[in-house]
Write a new protein. Structure first.
Length: 257
């Protein structure tokens, strides 16, 4: 097993022997049992020399700290046997792009569920890490894939609210439970008023809540590009509606450390 971060922007990795830009960073698609669904990701090699890559699938779990642990071993409910990838090794010329194809084919009769896996893009030439020790490390990027089969869908509800300390500062958190059979994400905007009467437009973090789990989702002030986050003095009152898909859930809570 190996761990990584769950990415929400185009993925990049640069080191000697591994210099890639991959888009999209994740796939959220709808699949039908008994039918093949083809998707394409784009790999751009930005190194000065041709790049050699190995491509394969893994299973993954989302940890409580929102990091991702990838595993080459098949999970008990793995859907990776349904996945076909274009090729396992790839050479890309310097500065070139490659459109890489993969297919998901859920067997006929598969009940509604979510298929989750990752496509790993790994540089074949290890990068050399310099320092007191000189040792090779492999560079790799994981592209997360969610495929909802049939009418699989999330069913989100707020299980509680609380304040946690992150990086030495209090943060408003909503505990979100998913009773559905596919992942969901909270969206939308809510209004916050802090102890000084300052008002903020706030939004939830773009974290996936997987089926059957309860995940802590921070709610923070919206910060425009180039500006610093405002200081929030607790207690904080937050009101509004949080959305997921075509659904919404009201939020009217007081956050106090």
């Amino acid at each position: 097993m190996f761990a990584g971060l769950l990415a929400f922007a185009p993925l990049t990795g640069q080191a000697q022997g591994f210099a890639a830009y991959i888009t999209p960073p994740r796939f959220e698609v709808q699949a039908t049992a008994g039918q093949s669904l083809r998707q394409v990701l784009e790999i751009q090699h930005v190194g000065p020399q041709r790049g050699n890559y190995r491509i394969y699938t893994t299973d993954w779990i989302l940890n409580p700290d929102n990091s991702v642990t990838f595993s080459d071993e098949l999970a008990a409910d793995s859907c990776r046997p349904w996945v076909a990838i274009e090729r396992r090794e790839l050479v890309i010329e310097a500065g070139a792009r490659y459109r890489y194809r993969f297919e998901i084919t859920p067997p006929a009769g598969t009940p509604a569920r979510e298929c989750r896996f990752a496509i790993m893009v790994e540089g074949l030439e290890p990068a050399q890490v310099q320092g007191s020790l000189n040792f090779p490390v492999g560079g790799r990027i994981g592209v997360i894939v969610y495929a909802a089969i049939g009418d699989a869908a999330p069913q989100l509800e707020i299980a509680g609210t609380r304040v946690v300390v992150a990086a030495g500062k209090p943060v408003a958190v909503v505990d979100v439970r998913n009773r559905g059979n596919a992942h969901g994400r909270l969206e939308g905007f809510v209004n916050g008023t802090d102890a000084d009467g300052a008002r903020f437009e706030m939004a939830p973090s773009d974290l996936p809540i997987l089926p059957g789990e309860t995940r802590a989702v921070p709610i923070s002030p919206i910060v425009e590009d180039g500006k610093t986050a405002p200081a929030v003095r607790f207690p904080l009152v937050v009101r509004g509606k949080l959305e997921w898909g075509k659904n919404s859930v009201p939020l009217d809570a007081r956050f106090a450390p």
